[in-house]
Design a protein around this ligand. Structure first.
Ligand code: LLP
Length: 487
């Protein structure tokens, strides 16, 4: 399939200087024209445990999705637990026990526990993520703490808990961390996040390795070298153990990973020649970012292939064998492990223009099409193998026209109101970026395994929407206001 026909690939086409979200451009296809994606949904996009039942219906891990929906309602995120476990095991096999699951992709206690049980560390980038992971029983030593603006409270909690790694991101943070570590008489292990000056071919919003970035210490500017010198100086209250780089997300190009690895390896080589305490650097983490297939025609690397590319680049660039190479994948662990089931509420045909199929969710459970122009497939839970000759636009229930879930979706001819419409590959950055826009309660998360379904995050209720409200709140007293410490 040519890239221009493939909305997910649009991320790759959006190179620097081309900030327009391509997914929102005008429809290049006349409505209902035959389209290369008009066959059944590719089963490779579904969770490993997906199967087609006797009546042609969708099963995931032995659970009939229509039956599940009858009990828990729609929209709902359905995760194949064994699929998630398998990807975690694959990551540990490829990268070793230092590999971390980037929890921003999808986090709840069940997921944190699952990734920990399967041997991964957990990358948390806020105190909220840290709280969920710790409350799920993940030992702090198995946490990696990230963030370009870690607050005093976040750093303090990380130091007090004794987390496994803190990835430092700025000079201000170093000052804050050194002060907290000295006060707590702890010696946290830290990594320096470097920005290698690599512009990965992905959407500019998720590109992070270029010099012009809010993340990390630039190599080109000399900031990274300065940070290492400071952290590794004799008497430093923290222990420098590694270098870290993350060049972006949803990256398909092996060259980008190889290039970034070579740049970081070269930097390490420079440090080995000059700085005195660089011997303490025993780990290089190349971040996350492995792209996954979202739509028909896309192919991605496996986690093992990705690790091989990075290992080869590191060894070609002379990284000593005793330096552990690690990573922190998020999307590659969870994206294709889940799907979202919606119910079709209205079908509006505008002759000669477009057909809008409205479902009971939208940009509040999947903001990715709106934010990045991302593409998805759609199919019906009752007929997985049906051809999908009809082209429609699947939209949500929110009060704006941009609320598109799948632009130019191919769907079966007989789609009707009441059908359960499914979008696959929604396991990453869907639930985690969900909102309550228009006061729509966020959908539940269901884990399925061996024919058993468990609601591991329940649906929000109308009461939940009011939980933080206090319309009759008493006034803050002058004393309360004046007793606050001023900084
Ligand atoms: N490590 C760091 C430091 C990161 O910032 C990220 C993602 C990851 C690892 C995991 O990257 P992954 O393997 O999932 O690509 N909301 C966007 C993606 C934002 C990624 C943010 N950082 C999306 O929906 O595409």
């Amino acid at each position: 399939m040519p890239d221009a026909e493939n909305p997910s690939r649009h991320q790759d086409l959006l190179l620097h200087g081309d900030p327009e979200p391509v997914g929102l451009l005008a429809d290049p296809h006349p409505e209902d024209a035959a389209h290369p994606g008009s066959g059944p949904v590719p089963l490779a996009l579904l969770p490993d445990g997906a199967a087609v039942g006797e009546r042609g219906q969708l099963l995931v891990a032995g659970v009939d999705v229509a039956d599940l929906v009858a009990v828990v309602g729609t929209p709902v995120f359905v995760y194949d637990e064994e699929h998630l476990r398998r990807r975690c095991r694959e990551a540990v096999a490829a990268w070793g026990s230092g590999v971390a699951y980037a929890s921003k992709a999808f986090l709840c206690q069940a997921m944190a526990r699952l990734a920990y049980e399967e041997g991964m560390m957990i990358d948390v980038s806020t105190e909220g993520e840290l709280h969920v992971a710790v409350s799920a029983g993940v030992p702090p030593t198995r946490l990696v703490v990230h963030g370009n603006n870690k607050s005093e409270a976040e750093l303090s909690r990380a130091v007090q808990l004794g987390v496994g790694r803190i990835v430092v991101d700025s000079f201000d943070e170093i000052a804050r961390l050194e002060r907290l570590a000295s006060a707590a008489k702890a010696r946290p292990q830290v990594m320096v996040r470097v920005t290698p000056g690599i512009e990965a071919h992905t959407h500019e919003y998720v590109m992070t390795g270029q010099d012009d970035s809010k993340f990390g210490f630039g190599l080109a500017s000399g900031a990274a070298k300065q940070a290492v010198a400071r952290l590794a100086r004799p008497g430093s209250p923290v222990e420098l153990v590694g270098l870290h780089a993350h060049i972006g997300s949803q990256i398909f190009s092996v060259e980008s990973f190889a290039k970034a690895t070579a740049v970081v390896a070269h930097f390490m080589g420079e440090l080995m020649e000059s700085a005195d305490a660089v011997g303490s650097i025993r780990e290089i983490c190349m971040g996350g970012g492995l792209g996954v297939a979202y739509v028909d025609g896309e192919e991605s690397l496996s986690i093992a292939e990705w690790a091989k590319v990075v290992r080869e680049a590191a060894s070609a660039a002379g990284v000593p064998g005793n330096v552990a190479l690690t990573a922190e994948p998020g999307r590659a662990i969870v994206a294709s492990g889940a799907l979202t089931a919606y119910t079709v509420g209205t079908v509006k045909e505008i002759p000669g223009v477009r057909t809008y199929v409205s479902v009971d969710g939208g940009m509040s459970d999947n903001p990715r099409p709106v934010l990045y122009g991302s593409g998805y497939e759609a199919f019906l839970a009752r007929c997985v193998r049906s051809p999908r000759p009809r082209k429609v636009t699947v939209v949500g229930k929110h009060c704006e026209s941009g609320d598109v879930i799948v632009r130019d979706a191919q769907i079966p001819e007989d789609l009707a109101v009441g059908d359960v419409l499914v979008t696959p590959v929604t396991g990453a950055y869907g639930h985690s970026m969900a909102s309550n826009y228009n006061k729509v309660p966020r959908p539940p998360v269901v884990f399925v395994r061996d024919g058993v379904a468990r609601v591991v995050v329940r649906r929000e209720t109308a009461e939940d929407l009011l939980a933080l409200e206090d319309p009759d709140a008493p006034a803050l007293t002058a004393e309360a206001l004046s007793s606050q410490e001023r900084r």
